[in-house]
Write a protein that binds this ligand. Sequence first.
Ligand code: FAD
Length: 439
Amino acid sequence: MRADDTPVAIVGAGLAGCLLATLLGRRGIPVTVYERRPDPRVAGAERGRSINLAISARGLAALEEVGLKDKALGRALPMHGRMVHPLGAPQNFQPYSADGERAINSISRAELNAALLDAAEAVPGVSLRFSHRLTGVDAVAGRLHMEGPEGPVTEDAGIVLAGDGAYSAARRTVEAFTAEQDFLEHGYKELTVPPRDGEFALDPDALHIWPRGTSMMIALPNLDRSFTCTLFWPKDDFDALDTPERVQAHFAEHYPDVADLIPDLAGDFALNPVGSLVTVRCWPWVRYGEGAIVALLGDAAHAIVPFFGQGANCAFEDCVEIDRCLGETGGDWARALSLYQENRKANTDAIAEMALDNFIEMRDRVNSRVYRLTRSAQHALERRLAGRYVSRYELVSFSTVPYAHIPARLRRQNQVLAGAVLAAGALLGLGVRALRRRR
Ligand code: FAD
């Protein structure tokens, strides 16, 4: 199947779906995007999705491909490090990079999605169909079954690219896609810290963390000078706070420095939903039918927990990779999608594991003195051995090194370091013995 004569359908006009539509449209490939929601630029954003996102090097590199990097950065707030709020001790700032210069960027999900929708819509050949909810895919015939504004709709497409999120209908209804969904016992709930006297109530240059061992709260700044706080708690803990008094008392005890910054804390807590956190491990991502191919991308293929702030960054990388593989294969969809899944799977597996591990780092380790000393030592090494010693955070957030290369690279670095420490120890021992002999 050639890229120029096969009808292409993208399911989901979320972050990945819109970016991919733009990239394909620019190749001259006609694309129709089907989205469950009404146009969010008209109807407003949905409640219950994360309000802001941290976008870093990978996401920015992908946005640059469609000329949106500067626009995104212009509407983002840089966060140069973590501000850790321990219980009963002063807050402390931990820079993300050795030079303190590098930042991840807090950006509104709704604004980013709107900018991507505008970009997709502006490309000739891309059409967006809102209020079309996919209910099933016939992968052999390439037939999409949807619920449209006026009832059931079916559409045919030779290529179906499903970016319909973590609970993807395409993934669930195509038998070949074998998926495992691993839910955390933790859920998340968002709260808002409004501006105080017109100013940010907390330092806007940081991602704030209140690490509390088995749970935590984080806060990211917004352009309107508010902060979006996200509680990551075991789900039962949300249920236990079932009266306004219990909510107030819990925050006064565990988050004393924010309790007074949220005017209607108990009301917001009761109103805002608890979301689930899931890791999706799925394989294959591509199903070859007789006249059609169905492929998954973004969260539909590999949803991850949000503790490295990489889900969207990673979904964007998928889009760039599909586009790159189409270029490499001269527009041969079958080969391009096969290459795409082979190239991406190890990377998405690697970031899924690192994201899970980072939850423990954020909710617990950042509090410890040993952790802070280790991070300072890492930064000192990064300065001394520029390019040869690079921390995991730096590799994930400030580079586009494939995720799958990162664990092995860290192991190599640590071996070299351990060897150097041993050699230094041995040299010191020899020196001491030589001195003793001379005396
Ligand atoms: P989505 O953005 O979920 O888009 C899917 C689209 O498909 C939506 O528009 C949806 O309406 C549509 N859709 C769904 N079902 C259907 C259907 N049946 N028919 C038609 N359309 C459908 N990532 C980061 O990089 N940085 C962060 O800081 C970050 N923070 C996060 C915080 C939280 C609390 C959570 C939950 C996630 C966070 N993520 C973050 C992850 C990020 O949100 C996702 O990885 C990213 O949105 C994935 O993009 P996507 O396009 O694959 O899916």
